[in-house]
Design a binder for this molecule. Structure first.
Ligand code: 13P
Length: 255
């Protein structure tokens, strides 16, 4: 295991929180707290917040991401946002296939793959989410499912494009529930994702891919989680809405 080959990425996923003015205020508060980070710091924000967030983050080490992307370049897709729109707005990262989108917005492994391709083909960095439900875990399907979701999401992604892919292992049962995976469960889940990448692209390549953990990561448990060999940072929901908590997680990943 070669953790030193990978840069840790701490990414906030604000979900459906913060108006543009709140986004600006929160980023202004975060900037001095995360300025010395020795990891990549990303905030994935609602589409409508992107201009305010990009403006507020200018000149800082905070990069702005979106929470979704459509797979077509343009056309009659009411309510959707394309890669070009995100690029022109100054977005560098995009969350793809979050379990909330799979659960509430009928995302499938196929659409997750298409969205991933749209992102990397446009030069955006895709944070691709995978994760099992509690039922799937209890049935013993975690490894099979994580490998399947990871490989499906990466279908037709080239080795070169893989440099712009981050995998986020987010057990569905740990999201927003306050129930965090243990550090060993996170390490194991992340390891399954990395093993799937190794099966598809080779072990050397798999060792270079950043695999985050997400699911009730917070200021208290971050240090133990990110210390694990397979955990290269985190995708943070609730705790990314509080500047101080988020900065503590960034500091934990910078050690
Ligand atoms: P919480 O950190 O609120 O559990 O959310 C995790 C998540 O879904 C990040 O994408």
């Amino acid at each position: 295991m070669k953790k030193e080959l990978r840069r840790a990425v701490i990414a906030g996923n604000w979900k459906m929180n913060n108006t543009p003015s709140q986004a600006k205020a929160l980023i202004e508060e975060m900037k001095p707290l995360v300025k010395d980070a020795d990891c990549d710091v990303v905030l994935c924000v609602p589409f409508i917040d992107i201009p305010a967030a990009v403006e507020a983050a200018k000149g800082s080490n905070i990069k702005i991401g979106a929470e979704n992307i459509h797979f077509k370049a343009s056309g009659a897709y009411t309510g959707e946002i394309s890669a070009d729109m995100l690029k022109e707005a100054g977005v560098e990262y995009v969350v793809v296939g979050h379990s909330e989108r799979r659960q509430y917005f009928a995302e499938t492994d196929q659409t997750v793959n298409l969205r991933t391709l749209a992102a990397v083909n446009a030069g955006l960095k895709a944070i691709v989410c995978v994760g099992e439900t509690l039922e799937q875990r209890e049935l013993g399907y975690t490894e099979t499912l994580l490998k399947y979701q990871t490989k499906m999401a990466l279908t037709n992604v080239t080795k070169e494009q893989l440099k712009n892919i981050i995998i986020a292992y987010e057990p569905v049962w740990a999201i927003g529930t306050g129930v965090t995976a243990t550090a060993d469960q996170a390490d194991e889940g992340n390891g399954f994702c990395r093993a799937a990448i190794a099966e598809a692209y080779g072990e050397d390549v798999a060792q270079t891919v950043t695999v985050q953990y997400g699911g009730s990561m917070n200021a208290k448990n971050a240090e133990e989680l990110v210390a694990k060999v397979n955990v290269d940072g985190g995708l943070i929901g609730g705790a990314s809405l509080k500047a101080e908590d988020f900065s503590i997680i960034v500091k934990a990943a910078s050690k």
